[in-house]
Design a binder for this molecule. Structure first.
Ligand code: ME8
Length: 520
């Protein structure tokens, strides 16, 4: 399937004004599954994540907490954002912070280049600014405030009042790229995904593109504008550049050439920054635009976008402490159609954990291994003549291997997992129908028993490989119990169905122990 091509996947870099919640972790696990899948297909893979540390939002939070913004960012990164990587078992290759020298210096280089080539000019701007979004808002994007904010205009995303700003700033000639952007969306229909996101972006650009204010002079927490140190770079202009500064832009041409362009996964809240502003910036600098931008949906709690500011934020550890990182990764990626909004509820999580992970997959693995131990002294038996039922399982393994990879290429992560789950269900049905416990009672059916157990063990091996990007821990345990060679994540995922069990199995503890009560 793969020719060992390059695959670079990113998440947004997250603001360090607060600690992570499950919305941030959702994008992270999606990117992680893609990265692990591609690595297992032999692609030259790079997975980047990190933190966005400049701007007014961080400055205000730090000030309110009586520390410098750098101290605040250092604390949050070390105490909250880096620990998240372990909480949900991320395999990121790099973690960039926008306060690092490798980033700041090359943001300045990029800006200077645009200035020298005439894409930056001085101008004045007056408009409503939302510090939560770190963005100037159009009047049409605002709502009338209620309660404490009656009589004021509030941001539709943060429900907090916007501020009227009037500044003399540097501007990026973004409007010059409207035609080129529209041509890009036309020529490369997969550039912005899903389709609904593409339509939204196209109509936004068609309605007219303004130039973009890219500096601020009323505070100094940011990257200094190289030719005018009384200004700092607008936080979004600075932040977007992380995707190239992290892979060598301005300092290591070979690395940059090797990695860029990227697949960007972002929440739909920040789609325009990635699908409009970012490609325009790259076009101005004469660099390649991203490979694609995928805007996923929101996690909803009680029907609303989950957010810390609305006090509906749930910390990832609230879930992983009870259910584990595998269940976290599985639940959000399986239950939510990637690209659409999805409601989170503890009941749904608990129900899926029990029926799909504990009863569906975990129980299958335990039963099959226990039977090999009981009936064959732990030695994986060879297969005899195959029946249609055995051949059907082999066919499903083969189809799942191929179809899941195709779904991953389309970024349909939920579909890839769903396809693999057809094999879980088929194997459970196969065991029920073939009744190995009954075959074991009849010495004349010994060969049939061995064929059934061989087929089931091979199926489990295929599942271990195909699910390893998602269920990172359970599949490693299963692979060891099956006597698989080396680490499961080193087995080629596009050849998952080819694994032939041999040797001995070792006893397996429940992969997903039952959790009796809801964690609510
Ligand atoms: O926007 N559902 O950072 P941020 C799903 N620093 N995903 C969610 C979510 C929810 N309820 N809430 C947050 C920024 N997310 C900028 C990005 S990139 C150059 C700069 C996820 O900390 C989702 O990925 O506000 C969303 O886009 C991101 O967190 C916003 O994170």
């Amino acid at each position: 399937m793969s020719d060992g091509s390059s695959f670079f996947v990113t998440t947004p870099i997250f603001y360090v004004n607060d600690v992570p919640h499950i919305g941030h972790a959702y994008t992270e696990v999606a990117a992680d599954v893609l990265a692990r899948w591609h690595r297992q297909r032999g692609d030259d893979t790079w997975f980047l994540t990190g933190t966005d540390e400049h701007g007014q939002k961080i400055l205000r939070t730090a000030t309110a907490n009586g520390v410098t913004p750098q101290e605040w960012a250092d604390k949050l990164v070390e105490e909250a954002w880096k620990p998240l990587l372990e909480t949900i078992d991320l395999s990121n290759d790099d973690f960039i912070r926008t306060t690092e020298k490798r980033h700041e210096e090359n943001v300045q280089k990029f800006l200077q280049h645009l200035y020298d080539t005439g894409y930056i000019y001085t101008g004045e701007y007056e408009g409503f600014y939302c510090v939560g979004c770190e963005e100037y808002k159009q009047p049409g994007d605002l709502l009338d405030g209620e309660g404490d904010y009656a009589g004021q205009k509030v941001c539709a995303i943060h429900s907090k009042p916007v501020e009227l700003l009037h500044e003399k700033n540097y501007f990026f000639k973004m409007s010059a790229f409207a035609e080129q952007l529209l041509a890009l969306y036309e020529e490369r229909p997969d550039f912005v995904q899903p389709e609904s996101a593409r339509n939204e972006v196209m109509s936004f650009v068609r309605s007219g593109l303004d130039d973009l204010s890219i500096s601020r002079s009323s505070f100094d927490w940011g990257v200094k504008v190289p030719w005018d140190e009384s200004h700092v770079v607008y936080v979004w202009f600075d932040a977007l550049l992380n995707y190239v500064t992290a892979v060598g832009y301005g300092q290591d041409d070979a690395e940059f050439e090797r990695r860029w362009p990227a697949t960007h996964l972002v929440g739909k809240d920040i789609l325009r920054f990635h699908a409009v502003i970012w490609p325009a910036m790259l076009m101005a600098a004469g660099l390649q635009v991203p490979h694609r931008v995928f805007g996923h949906g929101w996690l909803l709690v009680g029907g609303e976008k989950m957010s810390k500011s609305k006090l509906t934020g749930i910390a990832p550890t609230q879930i992983t402490d009870t259910f584990g990182s595998d269940a976290f990764r599985y639940y959000f990626l399986r239950a939510i159609h990637f690209g659409q909004d999805g409601s989170f509820s503890w009941e749904d999580l608990h129900a899926r954990y029990t029926s799909e992970l504990a009863n569906g997959f975990g129980n299958l693995a335990s039963r099959v291994i226990a039977m090999v131990n009981r009936y064959c002294d732990g030695v994986i038996p060879a297969a005899g003549d195959m029946t249609d039922a055995d051949a059907a399982i082999r066919a499903i393994e083969r189809t799942a291997t191929a179809t899941a990879s195709i779904a991953i290429d389309r970024l349909a992560i939920h579909e890839a997992i769903g396809t693999v789950w057809e094999l879980v269900d088929a194997l459970n049905g196969y065991i029920t129908e073939q009744e190995p416990w009954a075959l074991a009672k009849d010495p004349e059916k010994r060969e049939r028993l061995e064929t059934v157990l061989n087929t089931a063990v091979r199926g489990l091996g295929t599942l271990a490989v195909l699910l390893s990007p998602v269920l990172t821990k359970a599949t490693a345990t299963l692979w060891t119990a099956l006597g698989g060679d080396g680490a499961v994540q080193d087995v080629r995922i596009d050849q998952a169905w080819e694994w032939t069990g041999s040797g001995t199995v070792t006893p397996l503890e429940a992969l997903f122990p039952r959790i009796e009560t809801s964690a609510e």
